[in-house]
Write a new protein. Structure first.
Length: 294
C-alpha cells in the first residue's frame, strides 16, 4: 500500500461554528477547550506529517444551516490554494420540502462527493443531535436522500444503535445511493448487552449492500485512544461488512483532544494487523478512493 486515505476529518474557523463561540456547552466528546480555536489546513497537514496519509475527505462541521454553501465554498478555496482536502462532504437540509435547490447550489463545487445531515438521536440529551429519533422513517427525508443518486453523491449516515433498523430500511429505500455509516455506528454502550445490540444493528446495516462503514471517532465516548477498543470494533465491523466496505477516518481534530495523529494511526494499524494485506489496503485506501471518487 502506497498511502493512507483519511476518510473523515474537519478543518474550521472558530467564527463559523456556533458551538465554539461563547460559554462552553456540553458536547458528546467531553470538554473541548483545546480545540475552541481555528483548526486550519496548515495545522492538519502538520498533524499528519510522516504518517503516510496521501488523501483526505472533509466532512461538514455544522456551520449555521443557512450557510451550508459558504462552508463548501470555503473548503473548495482551501483545496484550490493548498491541494488539500481532496473531497468534500457538505451539509444540506433533507427535511426541506425539496432538497434539490440546495444540491444545485452545491453542485458548482468540483470537490463535492457527498452530503451529511446528522440523524442521530439518543435518550441521553448530551448525546442527542436530531430533534427526533425516527427521522430515518420520514418519507420526505427518504425522498430527498434518494435525489442524491441524480448527482452521483453519497450520504454520510450518522445514527445510534436503536436507530439502525430504520437506517437500514432508509438505505434499502434508496438503492442507488451509497450510504457511509459514521464512526462505525457510534457504539456508546460498551456493556455486554450494549455491544450485542450494536452487533445486531450493524449486521442489519451490513445486509444492505449500499451501506459502507467508516472506522472513525472511536474515542468519542471513552475520551482516549484505546488500541484494544479499536481492535474489537475493527474486527467486528470487518467481519460483518467486509474490508471492501470499510474505510478509515481520523475525525481530527476531535480525536486530538486525547491523542496525536501518529498514535491514532498506529492504533488502527495494530488493529488491522491480523488482516490480509488486501484487506488493510481496502480499509486504509481503496474503499475511500472508490466511494469518494478520489
Amino acid at each position: 500500500m502506497t498511502g493512507i486515505v483519511d476518510g473523515h476529518h474537519h478543518i474550521w474557523r472558530q467564527a463559523d461554528l456556533p458551538w465554539l463561540i461563547g460559554p462552553m456547552q456540553p458536547r458528546i466528546f467531553g470538554p473541548y477547550e483545546p480545540i475552541r480555536r481555528d483548526y486550519p489546513i496548515e495545522e492538519y497537514l502538520d498533524d499528519l506529517k510522516d504518517t503516510g496519509v496521501t488523501r483526505s475527505v472533509y466532512v461538514q462541521t455544522n456551520w449555521a444551516n443557512d450557510r451550508f454553501e459558504d462552508e463548501a465554498a470555503w473548503v473548495q478555496r482551501t483545496a484550490d490554494e493548498h491541494g488539500w482536502p481532496h473531497a468534500i462532504v457538505a451539509y444540506a437540509n433533507f427535511a426541506a420540502a425539496d432538497v434539490r435547490p440546495q444540491l444545485d447550489r452545491l453542485e458548482r463545487y468540483p470537490l463535492l462527493r457527498g452530503v451529511r445531515m446528522q440523524l442521530h438521536w439518543h435518550e441521553n440529551p448530551l448525546y442527542r443531535f436530531a430533534a427526533r429519533p425516527d427521522l430515518c422513517r420520514n418519507l420526505m427525508i427518504r425522498r430527498n436522500i434518494g435525489y442524491l443518486a441524480d448527482y452521483g453523491w453519497s450520504f454520510d449516515l450518522q445514527v445510534f444503535t436503536p436507530q439502525m433498523p430504520d437506517a437500514a430500511d432508509l438505505a434499502d429505500s434508496c438503492p442507488d445511493v451509497t450510504f457511509i455509516l459514521q464512526h462505525a455506528g457510534m457504539p456508546e454502550d460498551l456493556s455486554p448487552a450494549g455491544r450485542a445490540a450494536w452487533r445486531v444493528g450493524m449486521g442489519r446495516l451490513a445486509a444492505s449492500p449500499n451501506v459502507y462503514a467508516k472506522l472513525s471517532g472511536l474515542g468519542t465516548f471513552i475520551h482516549r485512544n484505546d488500541a484494544a477498543h479499536i481492535a474489537t470494533i475493527v474486527a467486528d465491523t470487518v467481519m460483518m461488512f467486509g474490508a471492501e466496505r470499510c474505510l478509515f477516518g481520523s475525525n481530527f481534530p476531535i480525536e486530538k483532544l486525547w491523542t496525536s495523529y501518529r498514535e491514532l494511526i498506529d492504533a488502527f494499524r495494530t488493529a488491522a494487523a491480523p488482516l490480509s494485506a488486501r484487506q488493510r489496503e481496502a480499509i486504509f485506501g481503496t474503499t475511500a478512493m472508490r466511494v469518494y471518487r478520489l
